[in-house]
Design a protein around this ligand. Structure first.
Ligand code: ZN
Length: 430
């Protein structure tokens, strides 16, 4: 870097937009809602990118920051099973078994500011600063170093909107979304002024907006259409601010944007455990099981959120009922039955992945056996409370897998996965 610039460091800034699909981004740029993005799109290369499987933030962002997959980093979902049991646990940053790329940057003497990166709670030491994104239970443990806690609190910083209250009160959602964005932008200004080589900010409000009000973005006559676009106008101003502040953009400095998965509207939610019960693979002694611990003897499979199917294997689970020798056959049978699933004549399942196609690495065996990729519009859930296979809740949008995006100055090929970005970002500093 010293021959690139004698007194200025080579820098990279990343803006993460949680849950923003490739197509929506293109559309907002084309229709003039995001003029600064449009300007950057003309200079850069917009890639359509594959998220993790399952296509959820906890896994996809962990793939991103480690440059690996669940088989290497050991995070398979927002929930996981305690080994040898049916009890759920909530993995956090301490469970991530692969190094994150900013630790490698730190070893190279580079300073990183990581603001609102999901799945980094509790925050831990790095060369720079880290403010954990959701899920962050206790704010005091979401910030490293602790000297930033008081300034962040003073600026009214909050990690996420209150999703429970937002489901109860639509007006509260909009207010809380704005409040979260206000705090985040103040934190952005505060950290930008500090010394750094790598700066990352993740916007979570986009994902929340889509879960609650996806149709508002699609329909001009929708009561919330203007408000939907307002969030993107705000994101666009943030992009503009970064472009303007990186005065050597295209020379020593780089700007990258990405999302962790795509999004679409929900036609129906699909309750995988209800389907497994209907198909005779799963039973509970009562109509209202408290948890998977209540599984009846002889059950052959069960599911965890959102689309993970586990074979109830002997030796792996306390009430395991499937011999290792019949596991492969059972997986195939479940996969082909799921492929036949229809809702009002429509195909529900796009593809069932065998875990071996998705995971590689020392922890691969701790994951599910199958991953069910839905057709757009069919949102899989692992709830045990549902008796019917199909249903609707108040949520309007669902995640999608292969239409996340990555915007970079250069072309990185047609088959990009989120786990492939760490080497690209690191490459800027080599
Ligand atoms: Zn989401």
């Amino acid at each position: 870097m010293f021959f690139a610039s004698k007194n200025k460091r080579r820098r990279a800034a990343v803006i993460g937009l949680d849950g923003v699909p490739h197509g929506l981004l293109e559309n907002l740029a084309r229709t003039g809602v995001m003029p600064r993005l449009a300007e950057y799109l003309r200079a850069g290369h917009l890639h359509r990118m594959k998220a993790s499987l399952p296509e959820i933030s906890a896994v996809s962002w962990t793939d991103f920051m480690t440059g690996t997959n669940s088989g290497e980093h050991g995070v398979f979902g927002f929930t996981d099973l305690k080994p040898g049991s049916y009890s759920l646990r909530f993995p956090n940053f301490q469970d991530v078994k692969a190094p994150v790329f900013w630790d490698k940057l730190g070893e190279m003497g580079k300073r990183s500011i990581i603001l609102n990166q999901p799945s980094t709670y509790p925050a831990r030491r790095l060369n720079g600063a880290l403010v954990s994104g959701f899920v962050a239970v206790d704010f005091e443990r979401a910030v490293w170093p602790a000297s930033h806690i008081a300034p962040l609190k003073k600026m009214g910083y909050q990690v996420d909107i209150d999703t429970v209250e937002s489901r109860r009160d639509p007006e509260f959602f909009w207010k809380d979304l704005e409040k979260t964005c206000d705090g985040r932008e103040k934190a952005f200004d505060y950290f930008w002024e500090q010394e750094w080589d790598y700066f990352e900010l993740v916007v979570t409000g986009t994902d929340r907006l889509h879960h609650f009000h996806w149709p508002a973005g699609q329909d001009e006559r929708h009561a919330y259409h203007g408000r939907f676009l307002d969030l993107y106008r705000r994101v666009d101003r943030l992009i503009g601010k970064v472009i303007d502040r990186l005065d050597r953009l295209g020379q020593e400095d780089r700007l990258f944007l990405l999302s962790d998965h795509g999004f679409t509207g929900i036609e129906q939610e699909v309750y995988l455990n209800a389907w497994l019960q209907d198909a005779g693979y799963l039973r509970f002694p009562s109509d209202s099981p408290k948890g998977l611990e209540d599984i009846a003897p002889g059950s052959r499979a069960f599911a965890l959120d959102p689309n993970r199917v586990y074979v109830n294997l002997e030796g792996r689970f306390p009430a395991g009922a499937v011999a290792a020798s019949t596991r492969a056959g059972l997986k195939q049978e479940i996969a082909s039955k799921l492929a036949e699933l229809r809702f009002e004549g429509k195909k529900v399942v796009r593809r069932v992945f065998d875990a071996a196609e998705v995971y590689s690495g020392p922890h691969a065996g701790q994951g599910p056996d199958l991953l069910v990729l839905a057709e757009p519009g069919f949102d899989f859930k692992g709830s045990l409370k549902k008796k019917e296979v199909f249903g609707r809740s108040d949520l309007q949008g669902m995640h999608t897998w292969d239409d996340a995006f990555f915007l970079a100055p250069e072309d990185h090929g047609p088959d990009l996965r989120i786990s492939g970005l760490a080497p690209i970002l690191m490459g800027h500093f080599l």
